[in-house]
Design a protein around this ligand. Sequence first.
Ligand code: MN
Length: 236
Amino acid sequence: MKPFIAIVCYTDENQHGIPSHILPIAYTTAIEAAGGIPYIIPFTRQIEQLSAMLQIAHGVLLTGGIDIAPQHYGEKKRDRCGRTNCELDAYQFAAFRIARESKKPVLAICRGAQLVNVALGGTLYQDIFSELSTPLHCHSGGECIPGVDHKVFIEPESKLHHLFGSTITVNSRHHQAIKTPGKDLLITALASDGIIEAAEHRELPITLVQWHPELMMSVTEKTMLPLFKTLIKCSS
Ligand SMILES: [Mn+2]
């Protein structure tokens, strides 16, 4: 049987100002392309419900979204931090905690990667462009410009290295990044400006990527298929 992959979506207001679940379709099609059955976990304030909803999941995908409230890593919100939503944070932190405690494989993308890092005690740059004095390559600055690409350099002997070798070009649409890594996280990829672009857990099947692999999965481009296939394989 194909594994069920729970996708933890995010919430935002729709064009009518109504709070809504948001999930770009690219996430579900990427899971399908890799051989999994995606299903979406709705926002909830009832954590017991969340455990039930995640029970049938063989693997979990944490997606992109708005910024994580800096109070979760012991900082005050600065001007350049983007919009935050503590209720959204609480639901997603709980989903990750449940996945981690039940040792489910996790692929965490962009905000998802930042969330995992904070959940494990790490910190974030609230805005890399204003907090780092070194020149930064374009990571897009939160403008969500499609097609902003840069290379990442992958650590030898990491799981990521087995998939992609020592370097790969990725897309980039983030203005935050991991500052200090959380407990038991190994940094597995850096951009040439030193920004952390990927990490993995030392013991658990948890992979973090700062880029958006789902958006690199089109009809013609399948570069990121191995990343999703690894999630499916670990979940099978
Ligand atoms: Mn980047």
